[in-house]
Design a protein around this ligand. Structure first.
Ligand code: SF4
Length: 354
């Protein structure tokens, strides 16, 4: 693998400058440029930094429901009445056993997601000892998505071995009040800054299709660039039962590809992930997204079922790309057969919503 790609996969922060200005980014979203021109332009940095590799991510939901926040897009929000199953934070041993199964199935990274405003000090202590055990005993890289945090908590989690923290910006500052009233955009930025300062890599992205303007989308992309976010999941809003988004946008597959291309050109060396909603919103253009994005979720999202891994691997193979697997030193390599190959797929740890 060329050195630049190895460096890119090991970095904790994005460092390459944007390849487009805000006005050029805006023009990508309207139909003045042909879709194929847009995809071709965005495929250049995609190939430069990630070659033909596609990273597959699987989530593990370790705490569901019981949330006092009112994020309008979320099935777990207060008063959502979505009928999802609620459960408290799993025990440290339960989480460790799930990480062990993931490791045995070939996973390189273990992503834990909790519902709620943010973890208490007691929860941070418990999460820290779990993270330490998983990273030291299993050698897995650990990602966590646990809501709002201050600097002290960020440092504790970093010292425990946390590799990456997910906290999505979701939308632009001016649109934030339309999607949530119980916390602010500034709260989110403070959490991301605390993690950045603690030296934890940032995973932060957007949920598109919540009534935002094209200008809002461009603003989010440049804010993520400013925060040097290394991993950017782009979610396409799924109208879950009980959601409170007033004006969900009408996303077309073509517009979804334009959005992914715009995020790639603003954040050329960041991982751009096709996240929740790809099946319903990109539909028959899902494989085209791989030419500008280099990562995706498989097997399901927080409270919504997604494509299974076998279908996802087939799409990657059919499109001429390769599934990527991360070695123990943190550099991304291909192995034959890769962990998600048909030979290994029957053993793969499946994401469960218990
Ligand atoms: S996104 Fe997180 S904080 Fe917001 S309602 Fe859902 S679980 Fe709660």
């Amino acid at each position: 693998m060329p050195e630049s790609k190895i460096e890119s996969s090991q970095k904790k922060q994005s460092s390459e400058p944007s390849l487009v200005s805000p006005s050029e980014a805006l023009s990508i979203l309207d139909s003045s440029q042909s879709l194929m021109n847009v995809v071709q332009t965005a495929s250049i940095p995609r190939e430069k930094y990630f070659g033909k590799k596609v990273r597959i991510h699987i989530l593990d939901n370790i705490k569901n429901g019981h949330c006092p926040e009112d994020c309008g897009y979320c099935a777990q929000r207060k008063n959502g009445n979505s009928g999802i199953q609620e459960y408290s934070l799993k025990t440290s041993e339960e989480i460790f056993q799930e990480a062990l199964k993931a490791k045995e199935s070939g996973a390189y990274r273990f992503c834990m997601v909790t519902a709620g405003t943010g973890p208490s000090e007691k929860s941070v202590q418990s999460l820290s000892s779990t993270i330490k055990r998983i990273s030291e005993e299993l050698g897995l890289k650990v990602c966590l998505s646990a809501g709002l945090l201050n600097s002290e908590k960020a440092i504790l989690l970093k010292e425990a071995g946390l590799d990456r923290y997910n906290h999505n910006l979701n939308t632009s500052e001016s649109h934030y009040g339309e999607i949530c009233t119980t916390h602010t955009y500034k709260d989110r930025i403070q959490t991301l800054s605390a993690m950045n300062n603690a030296g934890v890599g940032l995973c932060s992205g957007a949920i598109v299709g919540m009534g935002e303007s094209n200008e809002d989308l461009v603003e989010i992309a440049f804010k993520l660039k400013e925060l040097k976010v290394i991993s950017i999941p782009i979610n396409f809003f799924i109208q879950v039962s009980g959601h409170a988004i007033k004006n969900p946008g009408n996303l077309t597959p073509e517009f979804c590809i334009r959005i992914l291309s715009m995020f790639r050109l603003v954040n050329p060396d960041s991982e751009i992930r096709v996240a929740a909603g790809r099946e319903g919103h990109l539909r028959s253009l899902q494989s085209l997204s791989l030419f500008v994005a280099n990562s995706l979720f498989a097997s399901g999202y927080l409270n919504v079922k997604g494509s299974d891994i076998q279908q996802t691997v087939q799409m990657i193979d059919d499109s001429g790309f390769e599934v990527e697997w991360e070695g123990s030193e943190g550099n991304f390599i291909s192995v034959e057969p890769h962990p998600y190959s048909s030979e290994n797929i029957k053993n793969l740890y499946k994401f469960k919503k218990q």
